[in-house]
Design a protein. Structure first.
Lengths: 360, 270
């Protein structure tokens, strides 16, 4: 059993990075995620584990620092919030193209534009459908608690190196700011340079006489070559789709109706389930934990057993597209969303279920 | 990949008067005949070979004509997005503090799209070497106006010459970064004559030695030609460079040992 602490979601992300053996954090302040770098600077991981923490001049610089560090095989992380993550899209595309491992945390706030500093889930499309240019995906984890904020950092690094891919943790301003108890995993030692070189024979960190020079790039000017790069990426994504799906089913066994929600919305739906069941409405929750790869088969299996599905999101209707693609058209699927930084209340969700699905 | 030439009678050690550095990969350069990039590459690789630091050097290539530099330099390299090389180099050096880290960037990359990354890496005093090739034009994309294009100089996006009131002034970013306390050594060199090549190599060597001593950032501008982009023969372009580029981008040391070099009274001709 690890150490038990009361922490903010953002602090849990920072502490988890240190404990996961992260080599470097590069970030730029933006609300509502600034506690990540503040915690790291106060905690002095450069003394605890030797981890580097650097405040960059912009999110553009931060993501490119990540690209540089990851290109040498080092375990690197950044965090930001929606407008900042928009600025990072070019760099994320380069990292996906060059197949570099890293963890990127997005503590989503309401948009578009400067939007608001309040929580939102409106960056779902950006996170799971590419975001930057070109055909790429990244593994997207959606924590619904401070505990998962912590655990997903470690899991994210594992998967990033397993697949040589950037991994995004898509959270929101509420989970980033709220305090919950969290069980911290024990310190994982940072890899030695020798261990790193063994784990990452592809990395650019100094060419010894014993191998050819390593080049990290996403450029291939030959169309046939660039198509091969794309086919390799797509093959990798297929393997991820087969092996990396994570989800949770809550009270689905006897459910006649179903909520599908991720992150904070899933937490709200849990309360809504209690309220609805008190009224005699048998409703369950399907919570995707990986947003990419999306649990298509799994949500379809549950979804096709119920009379209707309400997709609850803090956006205007984004994940519902993937739910519809997965479940098909035999079951009624409707969306309930609040956006612009408003968090829906559980009774609103129950009312929406009654109006849009049961009575509709 | 690189095929060894069959050794003939001529290839005896006692007959060798000059040898290309082994750190240049045996493949044709992608640069136009007459371009200065190849020479700059070779000087850089000669320094790394002579210092015996191939296994401890990480280079960052830019976007622009030298985007494929990693194909010619037999060292570990990372290709940056346009303008971001100093950000990459920052992280690389922070996490491999005993390695030698350099960026190799053109004027559009370093002084336009990457201005913020350049200024801030310099201002933090990152212990890296920046090699800045200034030919006053975007060569790769077909000769568009660069931040360093001279007033009146023609390019495909300033076809009647750079008009300063509407297109702005050329940016002397090298003088600008020299003002920053994190920058330890700044020099401006050229590679169009044997004498200049020797000086450039000396400057690169000095920069790498300073990096070894953790002195801060070294910034080497190499004023070069772009005969294709300037629409001249190589010989014409070098003459034009001497007559037009050098008076504006004056060759020589700008900052040495962390101190600005005092200008000669007559030096500044603009």
């Amino acid at each position: 059993m690890g150490e038990l602490r009361l922490m903010k979601g953002n602090e849990a992300v920072a502490e988890a990075a240190i404990r996961a053996g992260c080599d470097g954090y590069f970030g730029y302040p933006i609300t509502p995620q600034s506690e990540v770098m503040e915690y790291l600077m106060a905690e002095k991981p450069f003394e605890r584990t030797g981890m580097v923490v650097l405040q960059a001049e912009s999110e553009v610089a931060a993501i490119n620092m990540l690209y540089g560090g990851a290109g040498t095989g080092k375990m690197v992380m950044t965090s930001s919030s929606s407008p900042g993550v928009s600025l990072m899209q070019e760099g994320i595309s380069y990292m996906a193209g060059a197949e570099l491992p890293a963890v990127i945390v997005n503590i989503v706030r309401g948009g578009p534009g400067l939007g608001t500093i309040q929580p939102s889930q409106a960056d779902y499309f950006q996170a799971v459908k590419g975001g930057g240019h070109g055909d790429y995906k990244m593994l997207v984890l959606a924590p619904a608690s401070v505990q998962e904020m912590c655990d997903h950092v470690k899991l994210g690094f594992e998967k990033a190196y397993q697949y040589r891919t950037p991994v995004m943790i898509l959270s929101d301003g509420a989970i980033g700011q709220m305090m919950e108890k969290v069980v911290l995993f024990d310190q994982v030692p940072r890899r030695t340079d020798a261990e790193l070189i063994e784990q990452c024979p592809w990395a650019s960190n100094g060419r010894p006489k014993t191998r050819n020079h390593n080049i990290i790039t996403s450029l291939d000017l030959d169309p046939a070559g660039q198509e091969r790069v794309n086919l390799k990426l797509q093959a990798k994504y297929k393997v991820m789709e087969q092996n990396e799906v994570l989800y949770e089913e809550i009270q689905c066994e006897d459910a006649e109706y179903l909520f599908v929600a991720f992150g904070l919305s899933a937490r709200i739906c849990q309360k809504a389930i209690d309220m609805a069941r008190a009224k005699g409405i048998k409703v369950g929750l399907f919570r995707p934990i990986t947003l990419y790869p999306f649990p298509s088969i799994e949500v379809s299996n549950v979804g096709n057993r119920v009379k209707g599905i309400l997709v609850v999101e803090m956006n205007a209707g984004q994940m519902i597209e993937d739910v519809k693609l997965s479940v098909g058209c035999k079951v009624k699927i409707e969306h309930f969303g609040r956006f612009g930084g408003i968090i829906p209340a559980p009774d609103e969700v129950v009312r929406a279920l009654e109006q849009k699905i049961i009575g509709g | 990949m690189e095929e060894q030439f069959a050794k003939t009678e001529i290839h005896k050690p006692e007959n060798i008067v000059y040898k290309k550095t082994d750190l240049m990969v045996d493949r044709p350069l992608s640069y136009c005949p007459g371009c200065g990039h190849g020479t700059a590459h070779r000087m850089l690789m000669e320094v790394i070979e002579e210092m015996g630091i191939q296994d401890k050097t990480i280079g960052v290539s830019p976007v622009g004509c030298s985007v494929l530099a990693y194909d010619f330099l037999d060292i570990d390299m990372i290709g940056a997005a346009h303008g971001r090389a100093p950000a990459l180099a920052t992280a690389i050096k922070r996490m491999w503090p005993n390695h030698f880290v350099f960026t190799y960037q053109g004027d559009g990359d370093l002084a336009a799209i990457g201005t913020a990354e350049t200024i801030h890496a310099c201002n933090r005093g990152e212990n890296i070497t920046i090699i800045f090739i200034n030919n006053g034009i975007y060569g790769m994309t077909g000769g568009q106006m660069a931040p360093t294009t001279l007033p009146g100089m023609r390019s495909s996006t300033s076809p009647y010459g750079r008009d300063v009131p509407t297109m702005g002034h050329p940016l002397k970013i090298t003088e600008l970064v020299a003002q920053l306390p994190g920058v330890y050594y700044v020099t401006r060199q050229a590679v169009h004559t044997p004498n200049n090549v020797r000086k450039t190599k000396k400057a690169i060597r000095k920069a790498f030695e300073l990096q070894k001593e953790n002195k801060g950032l070294s910034f080497i501008e190499i004023v070069s030609n772009c005969n294709s982009g300037w629409k001249m023969t190589p010989v014409q372009s070098n003459k034009w460079m001497e007559e037009n580029m050098f008076p504006f981008y004056e060759l020589g040391d700008i900052k040495v040992d962390g101190k600005l070099v005092e200008k000669k009274a007559t030096a500044e001709k603009e």
